[in-house]
Design a protein around this ligand. Structure first.
Ligand code: AMP
Ligand code: MG
Length: 344
């Protein structure tokens, strides 16, 4: 199969993508978070192709993307007031809500769960495509399962050339990490995945938030979890990643002491001079954490190379969007973290 990349500015992009979706084909789509691998979310055969092309485990449900916030009512039932307040505050935007599903949502889209994850993305071209197709678009991140997510059309092409007919090129994703996921099906709202909408912003609207264990710790393969995707290996390059926390000086001392030929350092732009002899790669500025979230996955993909030994990574601290960057890097590192303040 020939894989075509069509620029979002091309006047035929919307109709071409919509026709592929309604024909049951997969389309690589830009969003403000990461690129998605989209299919008609109401068509089980089309949805099955997503799992097949990505190599995604069948028990890992998809996010249903809608063009306008009101469409939430078409696919969800028993919607609590909190969902309307979150939609009002953050949609269109990088927030996914887990709600009780209506029967119209096929079981394959929600991996057999009674709930469905919905999001209205803040990406004009993709919302226009969803509107033109007149179906909600089920889309996980477009990367091959387990690998770092896709934040450019070229990343999608790299992973799926010859396997999907079309990728819409909307440029590099602004947020760069996947959406925040909040489960609203229990008594208290629960954060299943941090992202562009920060825990602080959620609490300001909800007044309450439980952080799910899957956010902060490695989940055992056999454990029953709220967010089925969270138990799988994620975002990981081919070689081991070790996060080195602590002050700039202590971390540099630790890394220089343990660095071996073939290893790499993933650091902040401000730290590049410290690692001149360690083949460093910067993923953004520590002083502007949004550049770190925007640059993380492209950097992890660049480091996805089995000839590399180990990657020593520096991770931002604190809340806000840094919390999402920590979560993705910790998962890429399988929670292997060394505190350079206490370890020499
Ligand atoms: P991805 O788009 O590849 O980042 O994957 C979507 C994420 O949404 C996965 O981690 C899923 O576990 C999560 N998700 C989707 N639907 C549900 C649901 N009904 N309940 C809990 N988590 C969900
Ligand atoms: Mg993903």
């Amino acid at each position: 199969m020939d894989t075509k990349i069509i620029p979002a500015a091309d006047e035929t992009a919307v109709i071409t993508a919509a026709v592929h979706l309604t024909s049951g084909n997969l389309v690589g789509l830009p969003t403000e978070t990461v690129y998605g691998l989209g299919a008609n979310g109401l068509n089980p055969e089309a949805v099955a192709k997503i799992f097949q092309v990505k190599g995604r485990p069948q028990d890992n449900p998809l996010i249903l993307h809608i063009a306008d916030p009101e469409q939430m009512e078409l696919f969800c039932k028993d919607i609590p007031d909190s969902a309307y307040r979150l939609a009002e505050a953050f949609w269109p935007g990088p927030l996914t809500m887990v709600l009780p599903a209506k029967d119209i949502v096929p079981l394959s889209t929600r991996a057999g769960l009674p709930t469905v994850a919905v999001r209205c993305p803040d990406c004009e071209i993709t919302r226009r495509i969803i509107r033109a197709a007149s179906v909600p678009v089920a889309a996980p991140s477009a990367n091959i399962s387990g690998k770092p997510s896709t934040t450019t059309a070229q990343h999608v092409y790299h992973d799926h050339a010859g396997k999907i007919p079309l990728i819409v090129d909307g440029g590099a994703c602004q947020v760069g990490v996947e959406s925040t996921i909040v489960d609203l099906t229990e008594e208290r709202p629960r954060l299943l995945r941090p992202g562009g909408i920060t825990p602080e912003a959620l609490i300001a609207v909800l007044g309450d938030l439980i952080i799910d264990k899957a956010v902060t710790a490695q989940i055992d393969k056999d454990e029953v979890v709220k967010a089925p995707g969270m138990k799988y290996r994620h975002y990981a390059p081919a070689e081991p990643v070790i996060i080195v926390s602590g002050s700039r000086e202590k971390a540099a001392a630790y890394i220089h002491c343990h660095f071996e030929p073939g290893d790499r350092v993933l650091c902040f732009e401000e730290e590049l001079p410290l690692y001149a002899d360690c083949n460093p790669l910067s993923y953004g500025q520590e002083a502007d954490v949004s550049t770190l979230s925007a640059g993380l996955f492209a950097a992890l993909r660049e480091l996805d190379d089995s000839s590399i030994g180990k990657v020593y990574a520096r991770c931002p601290t604190g809340g806000g969007i840094a919390y999402a960057v920590q979560n993705r890097l910790q998962k890429a590192a399988a929670f292997h973290i060394v505190d350079a303040e206490v370890t020499a």
